[in-house]
Design a protein around this ligand. Structure first.
Ligand code: IPD
Ligand code: CA
Ligand code: CA
Length: 327
């Protein structure tokens, strides 16, 4: 309970009908309501500040969480670089092609250690360890310690660390670190987006015809007809090209800084996109479901663009011809 409220309600003299005030040597008899009113007058601002800090995240608090996420992402990036090219243990987990290495685990361990030191009271959703920490906290850190594991295992130079902070399910902090190219993408809700601490912005391309897009294919692609193959062909036909990089986090980071004009994908986990969607929207882009409705972190689908091609790309995704039409 706010301290100003405690102070007023625990002050017994506030309930006496009259109170004495000594002013420049004279004694004045005043109704208690006068004291109550003046106390409220002076204490109300601090009461509102306390309420605000409880319900609304201040920029300082967000900046603090952004620095914690940055510390963790940079440390994890160093771990990844120390293992690169020296992997001894590459395993498939669950689905065919879904890999995990000692680098994924070591990177996640260092992130968990740093978050455990700074924010032990928060909840965590980490790709390799699952749910940890305070399950009832409104703060949830979504962690991908190595996004692009297949690339990394083949020494294909495209992978990153992704750390997002959701508050009540909404992304509020996003940090993506590409340790090979030493690029640090960051955003805080309302604070803008940066790459290596310089502001970034989405591209100005305004039609699909002249756009370059990025997408990906989830590990369940062999088990479902909803595998993004038809969408890939359709959009390859309508644009200057569609790239498949193998890192959802970097696809989003590159859309945020204008290297790509739009990105869509299905079959994603919250840790793949929690950081990236915020970085795109803070860079001036648009992030929704395929049909343009509100993005939902657990839906597995995202459409993220520079905003200018959003409606056209959404329309194209909703009108994909069957794969057989390309044969
Ligand atoms: C994968 C990558 C890939 C995307 C997959 C993700 P991982 O993450 O982001 O680009 O297409 O859907 O699962 O397994 O390398 O962390
Ligand atoms: Ca991932
Ligand atoms: Ca991963």
């Amino acid at each position: 309970m706010p301290s100003s409220f405690l102070f007023l309600s625990s002050c017994p003299s506030a309930y006496a009908p009259l109170r004495v005030l000594r002013l420049r040597g004279s004694f004045l008899l005043l109704p208690s309501s006068f004291f109550l009113l003046t106390s409220y007058f002076f204490l109300l601002p601090s009461y509102f500040l306390l309420l605000r800090s409880y319900f609304i995240m201040t920029d300082n608090q967000l900046q603090n969480y952004l620095e914690i996420a940055t510390e963790a992402a940079l440390a994890a990036g160093s771990v990844l670089q120390s293992f690169c090219g020296k992997l001894e243990n590459i395993q498939e987990k669950g689905r065919s092609g879904d890999l995990v290495t000692e680098a994924d685990k070591a990177s996640e361990a260092v992130i968990l250690e740093i978050l455990g030191r700074h924010v032990p009271e928060h909840g965590i959703l980490a790709e390799e360890s699952g749910k940890l920490g305070n399950a009832s906290s409104k703060y949830l850190w979504a962690i991908d310690p190595l996004d692009g594991t297949t690339n990394y295992a083949h020494q294909y130079p495209f992978y990153a660390v992704s750390i997002g902070l959701l508050i009540d399910g909404i992304p509020q902090i996003g940090v993506i670190y590409d340790p090979l190219h030493n690029e640090l993408f960051r955003a805080g809700k309302g604070l803008g987006a940066t790459c290596n601490r310089k502001p970034i912005a989405v591209s100005q391309i305004s039609e699909l015809r002249t756009s370059l897009l990025v997408t990906g294919f989830a590990y369940d692609r062999r088990e479902t007809a909803d595998n993004n193959y038809a969408e890939f062909c359709h959009l390859t036909h309508l644009t200057q090209g569609v790239r498949r990089s193998g890192s959802a986090a970097l696809d989003l980071a590159h859309t945020a800084c204008g290297r790509s004009d739009g990105y869509w994908e299905r079959g994603l986990a919250p840790w793949d996109v929690a950081a990236g969607v915020l970085i795109v929207s803070e860079a001036g882009g648009q992030v929704t479901a395929y049909d343009g409705s509100a993005f939902e972190i657990n839906s597995g689908r995202v459409l993220a663009t520079n905003g200018k091609i959003h409606a056209e790309l959404s329309g194209a995704l909703l009108a994909v011809p069957p794969l057989s039409s390309w044969r």
